[in-house]
Ligand binder design. Structure first.
Ligand code: HXC
Length: 514
């Protein structure tokens, strides 16, 4: 027996070296970690249990019979993060460039199937040259098997992708279906066609980094939710994300003990909204004062910054925050911010995470660019997402709530459970000046001093409509509160809403305006 155990140990040792020491050295020289180093950083110490270490491909074409590495280029298994089970796969670039083929795909599918059965998140660490060219269509089939599982698992278990190397061609569509994509500066890139093909087809000169690096996908395309400086930060950040979310759609997010007994109202909130309604202020400051100290974990920080989304805790319980940011484009809703908000709302709703909406929105962004690119269709996504969401939903209007954007941002009419406003709230069809120009058009144009008349009528409109009282009279706002009391109210209301039950009509699925 001892001889057999020794033999087993020997095979495992060889297997764990992946493509061998030279390849590991080259991986490190590229500034990248190995598949196993990554797993070690991500999981609780000693918690990893590997599956399918002995799997090898069965191909013989193009000399593959001489390169039959154990694991077939992907390390898969289960482990724990903060003591909770997760399923994981980590592509091993040292083996045939981490390329995906029949058995590599089968291993990923097996671990995803397990994740679905046990209700655990799946974390995929992607570092791959794409479809293994030597295995041809079998590799393509392997990708499709994964795409199907990504889709069926969506909304059942959280799916997280770390892109820490190449991820190109059709391979990008697996991470794209997952809930959160992390990218690392300098070493990761994603694109459907690389710089060479781009040059041939469109004659554009573009670098890997510019076309599909972490900065590009975090700021321009929104494909990446988190831009990380390095891999260590990336795995720390994924561990943090896991602390806010449940393991599956039947589960609740972890609850942390949090003592609120010594807290008093934060009077500084009473002075945060500028007297001049056109002056910006930082909504992130308000978020930080309302949620448990230091608990805000921003998602999509660098993309469509006119809306802020992220996880936080209120009295130890996870919430999702969606907030307009007056510091960027006056907090206006646009195409990208609508998509960003909608996707986040749907994640929270799918995974039982209550929503807090902080609203200061002057409306939707006007212009041909927005209209021609479909702000109607994309804006409707955010509306649809809020309408459909049945988790506890609280809105606080801090200042502007104008036009359609008032309806969209979790108004009472779209099943907001608790809708609060600060005295500074302005809830109206449109801004005072624009409104005065329309409804007092004749009076203004016939006035001797048109400027003065417009000013007078604007003030009249502001006095009458730019406040929260008319909405509160109709019950569209449940209460108008002093800003300093907001955290106390949120703690109470989220606690009250813990037992909320609501549902949507039975259907196969809705038809969100994609
Ligand atoms: C087989 C591959 C491979 C692949 C890389 N390798 N990609 N083997 N199939 N797709 C091998 C290389 O031959 C090499 O083997 C080793 O992995 C490391 O690759 P290098 O080129 O030395 O590494 P690097 O310089 O870092 O370049 C990485 C790379 C490059 C940019 C990813 O390897 C590359 O361009 N690969 C091809 C990418 C590609 O076109 N993939 C198909 C995309 S289409 P040795 O033995 O020399 O070390 C696709 C369709 C998916 O994926 C469709 C899904 C629906």
């Amino acid at each position: 027996m001892s001889r057999k155990i020794e033999e087993l140990k020997k095979i495992k040792k060889i297997a764990k070296l992946g493509g061998g020491e030279d390849k590991i050295k080259s991986q490190h020289e590229k500034g990248k970690l190995t598949a196993r180093e990554r797993i070690d950083l991500l999981l609780d110490k000693g918690s990893f249990e590997e599956f399918d270490l002995f799997v090898r491909h069965q191909s013989t074409d193009f000399g593959l019979d001489k390169q039959r590495f154990y694991t077939d280029g992907v390390v898969t298994g289960t482990g724990k993060i903060h003591g909770r089970t997760v399923c994981i796969f980590s592509q091993d670039f040292t083996i045939l460039g981490g390329s995906l083929a029949e058995y590599h795909a089968k291993k990923i599918c097996k671990i995803m199937d397990l994740a679905m059965k046990i209700g655990a998140p799946v974390i995929g660490i992607n570092d791959s040259g794409g479809a293994r060219i030597q295995e041809g269509v079998v590799s393509l089939g392997g990708y499709a098997d994964i795409f199907l599982r990504n889709t069926l698992a969506s909304g059942v278990i959280p799916q997280i992708s770390a892109i820490v190397g190449p991820c190109a061609g059709g391979a990008v569509y697996s991470p794209a279906i997952t809930d959160f994509v992390y990218m690392v500066d300098g070493t990761s890139y994603m694109f459907v066609t690389g710089p060479n093909v781009v040059k041939t087809v469109t004659n554009e000169d573009v670098s890997f980094e510019e076309l599909g690096g972490a900065k590009t996908h975090s700021e321009k395309s929104g494909v990446s939710h988190f831009r990380m400086k390095n891999e260590i930060e990336c795995y720390e950040s994924i561990r943090k994300l896991i602390s806010y979310i449940p393991s599956n759609n039947m589960d609740e997010a972890p609850v942390f003990s949090f003592d609120t007994s010594g807290e008093s109202d934060d009077e500084t909130l009473n002075d945060i909204i500028p007297e001049n309604p056109n002056k910006p202020y930082d909504m992130k400051l308000i978020i930080s004062k309302l949620v448990d100290e230091g608990s805000f974990y921003e998602v999509h920080e660098n993309y469509a910054q006119n809306i802020i989304v992220g996880f936080a805790r209120i009295a130890g319980r996870s919430i999702g925050v969606v907030a307009n940011q007056p510091m960027v484009l006056a907090g206006v809703l646009c195409l990208n911010s609508s998509i960003k908000g909608a996707r986040f709302v749907r994640f929270c709703d799918a995974f039982n995470i209550p929503l807090l909406v902080l609203e200061d929105v002057p409306g939707f962004l006007p212009g041909t660019d927005q209209e021609w690119r479909g702000v109607i269709r994309h804006g409707a996504k955010l509306l649809y997402a809020f309408c459909e969401a049945t988790v506890p939903k609280i809105t606080v209007i801090t200042r502007k709530a104008y036009g359609g954007a008032y309806d969209v941002m979790n108004s009472k009419h779209v099943r907001g459970d608790v809708n609060l406003a600060w005295p500074s709230a302005e809830i109206a069809v449109m801004g005072a000046k624009g409104a005065a120009e329309i409804i007092f058009k004749k009076e203004i144009s016939s006035a001797e001093d048109k400027e003065a008349k417009l000013k007078e009528k604007t003030e009249e409109f502001t006095e009458k409509f730019a406040n929260p009282y008319l909405a509160a009279e109709r019950g569209f706002i449940d209460d108008i509160i002093e800003p300093g009391t907001t955290r106390r109210k949120l703690i109470k209301f989220f606690e009250i809403l813990e037992t909320k039950v609501d549902s949507n009509p039975k259907k196969k699925h809705g038809n969100i305006p994609l």
